[in-house]
Ligand binder design. Structure first.
Ligand code: PLP
Length: 391
């Protein structure tokens, strides 16, 4: 391998590693929770940031034509999606964008469809912005999560349903929704005037045998009824640079979004985020290909480890993302006991399944975006705790 993903970097200013005491009540855990990776970003990104820093002047900036070109080329090359410059908007993050969209495309008391168990910020945004959750809970069938379309149709036909937060690839269950799934969801939403907000932030992290389909790329009708949220942040480990890409082909929706962003005075972006995005999309592909190979090996390692050594915990095989959903229900612990077990006995810091809403009880989410030696140590800790505690 050209890049050394085995290298252990002592991280600085890292939420994952720096606030263990606040999150888990102890320093004595290996943190495997928040969704960033313990890998250095591609060198061209770091080089571009250093070069920009050496310029020594950090006044107000603007988004150059080369910035837009890098986004257009990336989506074309990686996702076969041709986008126009005037569809591209900005947000400091995908989660802030979910909130801007909620505030500008729905009214207090309106409902937003989600598919739990789902990324918990979806639920927080809806509740904190004074909207209501309409939950189309995913169903676990033969080790794989599937969509209950009858229930989805029922939820979408609720007159208060205004938006659908689609998570694709899905955090935490790891599904990469098929074209067929997306077409069925899209048709139901369009029939019921529900706008699809497609959070595709994990779309570059897809395992062999699966393909990410950009929802808006399926048809002109889908493009006109959706807003796509993406970013280089998960792909290239740039979350701390707060630069996301919001793609809105519908002119009216674009203007609504733009006016929300303008009213919050958030349109500019920061110098380093823009530079990093451009370098990553222009020069990061080779690094990404190798990252995917490394992550794929981490998945294999984790799956055989659980199968051979901790068979009471079942792994939901991820089709994409570096987040893996663990079914711990056979351990026979309630949610509080499970949390305490992982922190106090196993000494690993995972994310509790119940925080992802309905259907998350008895599950934990582990982040495998780390050198294999860290993953190995975490799994061995869990194995030891399970054996020693006779559960
Ligand atoms: C589905 C999903 N959307 C958004 C985010 C975070 O996006 P941002 O950091 O750009 O707000 C995450 C991070 O875990 C995620 O999993």
């Amino acid at each position: 391998m050209k890049y050394n993903f085995d290298k252990v970097v002592k991280r600085v200013q890292s939420e994952k590693w720096g606030v263990k005491k606040e999150i888990f009540g102890t320093e004595d855990v290996i943190p495997m929770w928040v969704a960033d990776m313990d890998f250095e970003s591609p060198k061209p990104v770091t080089d571009a940031i250093i070069k920009r820093a050496e310029h020594g002047l950090f006044g107000y900036t603007f988004k150059s034509s080369s910035y837009y070109e890098s986004i257009i080329n990336w989506f074309n090359k990686r996702h076969n999606w041709e986008i126009n410059k005037d569809w591209i908007n900005y947000s400091p993050g995908v989660v802030p964008a979910l909130s801007f969209i909620t505030l500008s495309f729905s009214q207090p008391g309106d409902k937003i469809i989600v598919q739990s168990p789902v990324y918990r910020r979806f639920l927080e945004v809806i509740m904190e912005d004074g909207r209501q959750i309409l939950d189309n809970e995913l169903k676990l069938k033969n080790g794989k999560y599937v969509i209950d379309f009858d229930d989805f149709e029922k939820k979408a036909s609720n007159s208060k349903a205004k938006l659908f937060f689609l998570c694709n690839p899905h955090n935490p269950v790891g599904r990469v929704w098929t074209r067929e799934d997306l077409i069925r969801l899209g048709r139901i939403c369009i029939k019921n005037n529900v706008i699809i907000v497609a959070d595709e932030i994990h779309s570059d992290l897809i395992y062999k045998g699966y393909k990410h389909i950009v929802f808006a790329s399926i048809s002109e009708e889908f493009a006109q009824n959706s807003i796509t949220l993406n970013a280089p942040s998960k792909t290239f480990n740039l979350a701390g640079l707060q630069t996301s890409v919001i793609i809105i082909p519908n002119k009216k929706y674009y203007e609504i979004y733009q006016s929300e962003l303008s009213s919050l005075k958030l349109t500019r972006g920061n110098v380093f985020g823009l530079v990093a995005l451009e370098a990553a999309y222009n020069f990061g592909e080779d690094w990404l290909e190798q990252l995917l190979e490394y992550l794929e090996e981490n998945v294999k390692y984790l799956m055989s480890f659980f199968e051979e050594k901790i068979s009471k915990i079942k792994v939901i095989k991820p089709e994409g993302t570096y987040l893996v959903w663990l079914d711990c229900r056979q351990l026979g612990l309630n949610d509080l006991e499970l949390r305490k077990f992982m922190i106090e006995k196993a000494k690993v810091g995972l994310l509790d399944g119940y925080k992802f809403g309905q259907g998350g009880e008895g599950f934990q989410r582990i982040n495998i975006g780390c050198p294999r030696i860290i993953l190995k140590e975490s799994l061995e800790r869990i194995e030891k705790a399970v054996n020693e505690n006779d559960i």
